[in-house]
Design a protein around this ligand. Structure first.
Ligand code: FPP
Length: 245
């Protein structure tokens, strides 16, 4: 099947299995995360090559802070190194970076880097790489609800004006279309607080490979599986559903 004929506009990935990948080889977990960054680079390249418009990667969840301090520090280090080393090249490749997640409790040296990445690339028109960092969907939804409640309390907004469209405008993903395909690696079959609102009509694909093994071939196979699926968005006619979106 020619997957380039039906490429999803937005692919989101839960990059899982770094720890198990490392354990299987007798390496420290850190090594799994390091190899995971290489898989990130490859996924970004493939998404760009295939004309996917948005690629969202779950890099660090709001729950990941409960991991041992050394692992948290290591993940922070990898993210910072990724931005420092790869930002110039991503910019050259016309990639636009967006960050989603809570910004209030981030380590002081991470936030400026993420803001710099967003600012530097904001006018680029190629792939949008959305990095979910310090991200948890329930937290995102609660923050959106608080913003709307504050506007109601200030008399700027009526209660009736809180529609799904108005709500989505307050989410971190404002301006980003909902994901068409959510992939989770490592064989786990759950969303783990990732894009719960946005996943309403996403196709879900759970694959057994650990994230460090996610290759161009794995990505292509996932896209092939997506291309074979019929999406109806709650209706009965897949063609009408696609047109009305
Ligand atoms: C899940 O594997 C993976 C993570 C919690 C972190 C993902 C981060 C990276 C790939 C590197 C940094 C990201 C970017 C965008 C540069 P796990 O540790 O939960 O694996 P396990 O379930 O096997 O223990």
């Amino acid at each position: 099947m020619d997957v380039t004929r039906r490429v999803p506009e937005h692919v989101a990935i839960i990059m899982d299995g770094n720890g198990r990948w490392a354990k299987m080889r007798g390496y420290p977990r850190t090594m799994g995360h390091r190899k995971g960054v290489e898989a990130v680079r490859e996924a970004v390249r493939v998404a760009g090559d295939l004309g996917i418009s948005y690629l969202t990667l779950f890099a660090f969840s709001s729950e990941n802070w409960t991991r041992p301090e050394t692992e948290v520090n290591d993940l922070m280090g990898l993210l910072k190194a990724f931005i420092r080393r790869d930002l110039a090249e991503l910019h050259r490749e016309n990639v636009r970076i967006r960050i989603i997640g809570a910004r209030d409790n981030m380590p002081g040296d991470v936030l400026p880097l993420l803001l710099e990445a967003e600012e530097t690339t904001k006018d680029n028109s190629g792939l949008t790489l959305v990095i979910a960092f310090n991200y948890g969907s329930r937290d995102e939804i609660a923050r959106a609800a608080r913003k709307l409640a504050a506007r109601v309390a200030a008399g700027e907004l009526s209660v009736e004006a809180i529609t799904p469209v108005a709500f989505a405008r307050e989410l971190d993903t404002f301006g980003i279309p909902d994901p068409d395909l959510i992939i989770r690696t490592s064989g786990e079959e759950r969303l783990s607080n990732f894009l719960l609102w946005q996943a309403a009509y996403a196709e879900l694909l759970f694959i057994p490979d650990f994230w460090p093994d996610f290759s161009r071939e794995t990505f292509m196979a996932a896209l092939e599986s997506f291309a074979r699926r019929e999406r109806r968005f709650g209706g009965v006619d897949p063609v009408a559903a696609a047109v009305s979106r």
